[in-house]
Design a protein around this ligand. Sequence first.
Ligand code: SF4
Length: 472
Amino acid sequence: MSGRYVVRTYGCQMNEHDSERIAGLLSADGYEEASDENDADIVVLNTCCIRENADNKLYGNLGHLKTWKDEKEGRQIVVAGCLSQKDRDGVRGRAPYVDVVLGTHNVHRTAELISHAREHGPITEILEAAVVDEHVLFPSALPVRREVSYAAWVTIQIGCDNNCAFCIVPSVRGEEISRPFDDVVAEVERFAADGVSEITLLGQNVNSYGRDLQRAARRDGDDEARLRPLFADLLTAVGDVDGIRRVRFTSPHPKDMRPETFAAMAQSPAVCEHLHYPLQSGSNRVLALMHRGYTADRYLERLADARRRIPDLAVSTDIIVGFPGETEADFEQTLEVTAAAGYDFAYTFIFSPRPGTEAADLEADFVDPAVAGERFERLRAVVERSALQRHEARVGMVEEVLVEGPSKKDPSVLAGRTRQNKLVHFTPPTPLRTGSYATVEITHGAPHHLLGNFVDLIAEPTHRRRIPVEAL
Ligand code: SF4
């Protein structure tokens, strides 16, 4: 095939990872990446239905793309991802000029569907469930085109067996399916051989990784099927791969957090001292309405356990403000738990109903937007206070920093991440390559970043400048 493409991504890391696979598949099929859509024959929108106003944004963008498509014969528009999985025929109902609509279970078919549409006209293909085939099921097992050569995401699990009232993921991504243990480790080994030094394990509920594998093994009469939590073992195994200096993971669920995971984090030198630990609300009443499966006390107990076991642990979280029925008293409990948790960082959101979720039907209990907005600001102030405190406490420490490249605001300054996933800006005496590791002494802490002075170069990157696209 020939032609040029661009992929635009909306949403979470899982979607960004899917986009890398879509780009990899198209490149493997002979297409070339275009610098922007003016230079492209195909635009792929990889959509997300979790974020606020996702529908409006998609259909607004599709309106603009209609003009782009009309400007040149043969241009094609592809809509993939969660929103198309949810809206199905609705996408072409609202934007009939879209050529291909595919969902979350058939990313591997992107190139074929584009060819099909070119020959036979527009097509919508949404699968109900994942096809059980390793290459098809896990985006990591498909060809990849990654923008960053020193770090990689590895999908360890797809879908989710929980039913959080605000979340559309279970209905668009399906039930939880874990990727075989050895396949994950083998992929990490391949990345390490290519010079990748930082791995992020991805899944909707990573710490329940492997439950389905163990169940299946026991059903098949394998009495040896391990009862130990596989996620802790996976962290250790990935951390042991030669060349891997950093292992991260996202996202765990507080209800499934096990001491074995904290022990593995503490014992494996490669696993970073950062835990993303989504609170969502500090009110037990709201947590129950959300079906989160833990109380605020239980959450804080486990967090204290994590901090006891893992020295110098940074903790980040997600919090929703104004969930339907949230009272002032509920919200004040969220403020209290937030202050008690002492986060380094928090993603805070004002509740917005996602069609198809239980919470979207609680319209009678929706919180007044002005009240939710005011609560949001109060929460932000509490989070920023603890973030600033924790960042200022790092002044004088010498931290390992992975160089990500020049800072966006000043190209003479480098930006990098500490093991705790904190953004650091510093100026080295001589240029450092992206992917290098350096030590930096922290000189200043702000709520969202640190400043520091270069101390030493620890390691140069070993990756090739661009990892070639693998064929299937
Ligand atoms: S754990 Fe809850 S919030 Fe996370 S993906 Fe599953 S249903 Fe959604």
